[in-house]
Ligand binder design. Structure first.
Ligand code: HEC
Length: 181
């Protein structure tokens, strides 16, 4: 309803059209053609496997391809400026900055994202780095006001689609057995 009103407003006020463009967090489901195009070239998503292997990986993990691609689009809009276009992290991400904060780490399974449960990763996304504790100095901003719960889960699934089977299996075990970590 709200959206219909917003659309009508956009139609009536063409000059304001640009301001009325929906944010990525307010999108309808990603159209099938866009999902297919994204899955055809996993390297552009940051996955180091070929298209067939990537698709099999999503299947095996029970991931919905449309959700993963939506997560990817949200990632590009909200996370890539810090975590890198391909979730590869900042250069020297392991080195604390002089002010005590950390540079944004990779989220592609090559750092320590997969050492945390789904619950904790989702919480860091919602509440920012400080919610993890003093170790993180909070250079990661809370994103809860920009991305709702479904958005955050979509981004998590996208990130996880980049992880190796080994990292995924271990992280899922942790998610079941020790969700606080
Ligand atoms: C302004 C830069 C910035 C933006 C934007 C940002 N992050 Fe971060 N992120 C960081 C930093 C820096 C850290 C390290 C923790 C800290 O210092 O707060 C981090 C940590 C994380 C972690 C914990 C990783 C780990 O290995 O423990 C996750 C998960 C994460 N970010 C996800 C995201 C997602 C998803 C988005 C987009 C929705 C996002 N971040 C947007 C800077 C950012």
């Amino acid at each position: 309803m709200k959206r219909a009103v917003a659309r009508a407003g956009c139609a009536l006020l063409p000059l304001l059209l640009a301001a009325c463009q929906p944010s990525p967090g307010d999108q309808d489901p990603v159209p099938a053609a866009r999902v297919e195009a994204a899955l055809a070239d996993p390297a552009k998503l940051g996955a180091d496997v070929d298209a067939k292997t990537y698709r099999q990986r999503l299947d095996r993990r029970g991931f919905d391809p449309a959700q993963v691609v939506r997560g990817r689009e949200l990632f590009v809009a909200h996370c890539a400026s810090c975590h890198g276009q391909l979730a590869e992290g900042a250069p020297n991400w392991q080195k604390r900055r002089p002010d005590g904060t950390w540079p944004p780490p990779p989220l592609n399974g090559t750092a320590h994202d997969w050492h945390h449960s789904d619950q904790l990763l989702l919480r860091i996304m919602r509440d920012g780095g400080l919610s993890y504790g003093e170790f993180y100095r909070g250079a990661m901003p809370p994103m809860g006001d920009k991305l709702d719960e479904a958005d955050r889960l979509a981004v998590l699934r996208y990130i996880q689609s980049l992880w190796s089977d080994e990292a995924w299996t271990l992280q899922q075990q942790l998610t079941r057995e020790n969700p606080g970590n």
